[in-house]
Design a binder for this molecule. Structure first.
Ligand SMILES: *Cc1c(COP(=O)(O)O)cnc(C)c1O
Length: 410
């Protein structure tokens, strides 16, 4: 089939502005609250607390900064073992590494693509002293919190929830960003709503919120001069950025509805193809549908080999692979993306422990090899991809994307 390139690029997920953002930014300018204090800051704290149902929301310069402070609040010290979701964006792990702790990667499950509760249980067998779990809601889909939280409680571990991708999603009616003791959201440019940048730490613990505020302002002590008793950071959010977030907040639900419509349209469009969408349990979860992804059935995969920076595949009739689809989309000016490459496959982290439900894959014990268990993360990475999920994409444009994907299976 022949396609023509989209005249305007179809983005994976780009900022969607509404006008109020400019009003609040202008207010900051005209009242000269151009620093890290002002009405917008106070207002987004209030709005986000109300939306999430948490007591405290601390505005920070990025989701990564929020994660760093969350990991510190969880009491992570140099050398500590920290259980971390394996399939995620690198920012999740960086926060652990900033504190010189040892991340132990926990494999994913097919049900949500998030941390596998069975692998987490296994990890506590192997590392019974672990005290912190960092979990992610991938692409806006909540993890299985009933199971995860029960395991954490049984082992006396603190949960840090990286809800950077899932703002507005719920599990059993409860907002993500409330399942950990310390939780974070992000307002990076491609998230469900944006501040252009920025993030927030969410908690019900007043002392923790106050500590995060203090750390984020270079740990200034209460004194007439600059008095310092512990190391600090410049992690505050600007009141101008907060103005953008404030203007976006009323549109969060509309963005989610648009993203959900995109997900449903893809699902219908691929009904008869050998693919599945990024899954969730409709009985317990309402994702925010930040990104729509597909997983190609094993039988419909052509051969695809990936090196560290290049990929090679062999086309076959009736079969395809993520890199073939992504290359076709790119050719016609549409942006997709491979699934996050699991952390245990990253050159930076290759030598760190990695635990699947069958045990410690890194050790390659006889029991592990006999189990013939292929790690779920590597499999999802091999067969999955994120499709253009921009909420400004029209149904007509999306239909062309669907036709492009279909053509790869011909
Ligand atoms: C975007 C993202 C972050 C980091 O947020 P920033 O605001 O860009 O620092 C952290 N974790 C996950 C899973 C993300 O997708």
């Amino acid at each position: 089939m022949k396609f023509t390139a989209f005249p305007k690029k179809i983005w994976l997920s780009s900022p969607t502005m509404h006008g109020e953002e400019l009003k609040y930014m202008t207010e900051a300018y005209e009242t000269n609250w151009m620093s890290t204090e002002g009405a917008n800051i106070g207002e987004i704290e209030r709005l986000v607390c109300r939306k999430i149902g948490c007591k405290y929301a601390v505005p920070l310069s990025s989701g990564t900064a929020a994660l760093h402070l969350a990991v510190k609040l969880a009491g992570v010290k140099p050398g500590d073992v920290v259980f971390c979701q394996d399939m995620t964006f690198d920012a999740t792990v960086n926060a652990i590494v900033y504190e010189k702790a040892e991340p132990v990667f926990i494999d994913s499950e097919y049900e949500t693509w998030n941390m596998d509760p069975a692998a987490l249980e296994k990890a506590f067998e192997l590392y019974p002293t672990a005290k912190v779990i960092v979990i992610v809601n991938l692409y806006g889909t909540p993890a299985q919190y009933d199971k995860i939280c029960a395991i954490a409680e049984k082992h006396g571990a603190v949960v840090v929830e990286d809800a950077a991708e899932s703002f507005g999603a719920t599990y059993k009616g409860r907002q993500t960003g409330t399942f950990g003791t310390y939780n974070i959201i992000s307002f990076n440019g491609n998230k469900i709503i944006t501040g252009s940048s920025g993030g927030m730490l969410l908690t019900d613990d007043l002392a923790a919120a106050n500590k995060a505020r203090k750390w984020s302002t270079q740990s200034r002590e209460r004194a007439p001069w600059y008095q310092h008793e512990e190391v600090g950071y410049n992690y505050r959010m600007s009141n101008v950025i907060a103005g953008v977030v404030r203007g976006q907040m009323p549109h969060l639900e509309a963005h989610i509805a648009q993203k959900k419509a995109i997900y449903e349209r893809y699902k219908a469009g691929f009904r008869d193809l050998p693919v599945t969408m990024n899954p969730y349990d409709p009985d317990t979860m309402e994702p925010n549908f930040w990104l729509s992804c597909i997983l190609i059935d094993k039988e419909a995969m052509c051969r695809q080999v990936r090196g560290d920076s290049e990929s090679c595949w062999i086309s076959e009739p009736g079969k395809t692979c993520p890199d073939e689809i992504l290359t076709l989309l790119e050719k016609y000016n549409a942006q997709g993306r491979p699934i996050w490459k699991p952390m245990h496959m990253q050159p930076l982290y290759r030598m760190h422990p990695f635990v699947t439900r069958a045990g410690n894959g890194r050790g390659q014990t006889d029991a592990y090899i006999e189990s013939q268990f292929v790690d779920v993360g590597a499999d999802l990475f091999q067969r999955g991809l994120c499709l253009p999920s921009d909420n400004k994409m029209t149904p007509e444009e999306q239909d062309i994307i669907i036709a492009m994907v279909r053509s790869c299976f011909e």
